[in-house]
Design a protein around this ligand. Structure first.
Ligand code: F0G
Length: 466
């Protein structure tokens, strides 16, 4: 049997339903063609994000029930800390309510205005949190990572040449740390190789700058290393994780991804001084250092989720499910970023809708059309999300790729449901030439993709023929 096999059976289910096309068209208009603003009960298959959307296991729910709600040094914090130290190896474990809280605390104490933070590609909240400190978020992914058609095993790798150039250009005193996002979400959920981490870590040590992982999808990244990198095929997932994290000095983590929970995050750090500064701020902003904005039961669920995510049967099924959706899109002629990512498929909207220029948000048009045609919610990762000011020229620049991310929640949807999504994508390809571009009618000053309102160019219809 070639289907990736679910290593679990289903104990609890949640009803979903598909509303009529007319109602979907109305929701789309009322939301300003922004699917973030459509209520969840009007969504049929929700691939907006893999973040906080996992189905928890019976063991996680059991851990929730036995969670210790003591304010300080709860048993659940002990389990949380020990499990994280076992996998990640960092001395100081600082709980936060989600990933961006970890980022914002770290950046508030470690960055000054005018600093520069290189990363393979910064995720949107990471970029925004760096920029909030008036620092520059610099993307240094390898060139292969920017070519959506190229099949390569580790397109999340950082270009050492680009990193070195950044140090030459800005000087080491302006670069307090380097980041590595595993897997590289904004570049297609593509993994980073151990060899690349070794190279980047070696460089960071040479110049005396810490390396911090953005570790949200660390287990998926480790699985790719085991499957694709020579010398790792017989290594256990947990060993691969330990080897990788040992080459860095800390991590930010959104537990909403690979810890298989609905809320949570943490910072892992080796530097005691930095950890102390972050903790001081944590008490002010998030809570006591042993719960950091989470309930004891949340900490317990994270610890259990981190143990479960390392299961090779789970990872084979998880990543196999995404690959299979990619194979179906190939059969149906839907272009997507190759190879399929660890947590999502990224439809290549420039290829899918070649008549819509980047200034008219082709990936947002594809996203809106997926909802209109099938009630499927994806998310634009293109110029609506990432258009930004070049720090040198001050000119607005568009990202290299226009993508629609179909992020698959963990342990939530079946093969049949993902087959349906593939068919809705094919339907959007069929009507593609009749789709019009979009224009912004209102946008906030930062992270505009969450709340911006759009309309079809000139206020007409998005789909020319009904
Ligand atoms: N870093 C990466 C690589 C992420 O993908 C995310 C979140 C964060 C940091 C921030 O974590 O949401 O817990 O504050 N990504 C979600 C997504 C939102 O849909 O990809 P958070």
């Amino acid at each position: 049997m070639d289907l990736p096999f679910e290593p679990y059976r289903i104990k609890v289910v949640e009803k979903i339903q598909r509303i009529e096309r007319d109602a979907r068209a109305r929701y789309l208009r009322e939301s300003g063609y922004n699917v973030f603003k459509i209520p969840s009960e009007a969504i049929y298959i929700d691939l907006l994000t893999d973040s906080g959307t996992s189905a928890m296991s019976d063991q996680q729910w059991a851990a929730m029930m036995t969670g210790d709600e003591a304010y300080a040094y709860s048993r659940s914090f002990g389990d949380f800390k020990n499990t994280i130290q076992d996998i990640f190896g960092y001395e100081h474990v600082i709980p936060t309510h989600q990933g961006r809280a970890a980022e914002s605390l770290l950046f508030a104490v470690a960055l000054e205005a005018g600093n520069v933070v290189p990363n393979n590609i910064h995720f949107d909240t990471t970029r925004a949190n760096v920029e909030y400190q008036q620092a520059i978020a610099l993307d240094c992914v390898c060139d292969e990572g920017l070519d959506p058609t190229l099949e390569a095993p580790f397109k999340g790798d950082m270009s050492l040449a680009k990193l070195e150039r950044a140090f030459e250009k800005y000087g080491v005193e302006r670069i307090p740390f380097v980041m590595m996002t595993i897997t590289n979400n904004s570049g297609g959920g593509q993994p980073v190789s151990m060899a690349n981490v070794r190279e980047v870590s070696g460089f960071c040590k040479k110049v005396g700058v810490p390396l911090i992982f953005d570790a949200c999808r660390f287990a998926e990244n480790a699985w790719f290393i085991q499957q694709r990198e020579e010398g790792y095929e017989d290594r256990e997932i947990v060993d691969i994780c330990r080897e990788m994290f040992a080459m860095g000095d800390g991590c930010t983590m959104s537990a909403k991804k690979d810890a298989l929970v609905n809320i949570g995050g943490f910072l892992g750090l080796n530097d005691p001084e930095l950890a102390q500064k972050v903790t001081n701020l944590l008490i002010l902003k998030e809570g006591f250092p042993t719960y950091g904005g989470l309930a004891g039961r949340d900490l317990a669920a994270v610890a259990q989720g981190l143990r479960e995510v390392l299961d090779p049967d789970y990872l084979a099924y998880r990543i196999g499910q995404i690959k299979r959706m990619g194979d179906r899109l190939d059969e149906l002629g839907v272009p997507y970023l190759k190879p399929a990512g660890g947590h999502a498929i990224y439809v290549d909207a420039r290829k899918a809708l070649p008549h819509i220029p980047q200034s008219q948000f082709p990936a947002q048009v594809f996203t809106a059309a997926l909802y209109l045609e099938g009630g499927v919610r994806g998310v634009e990762i293109g110029s609506l999300m990432f258009e930004h000011k070049d720090p040198d020229t001050g000119e607005m620049v568009n990202p290299a790729m226009e993508l629609v991310r179909l992020a698959v929640p963990r342990r939530v949807y079946t093969h049949t449901q993902l087959e349906y999504v593939a068919q809705v994508c094919a339907r959007v390809m069929e009507i593609g030439k009749d789709l019009q571009g979009l224009e912004i009618v209102w946008e906030p000053p930062a992270l505009r993709h969450f709340t911006a309102r759009l309309q079809p160019i000139g206020g007409g219809k998005m789909l020319r023929t009904p």
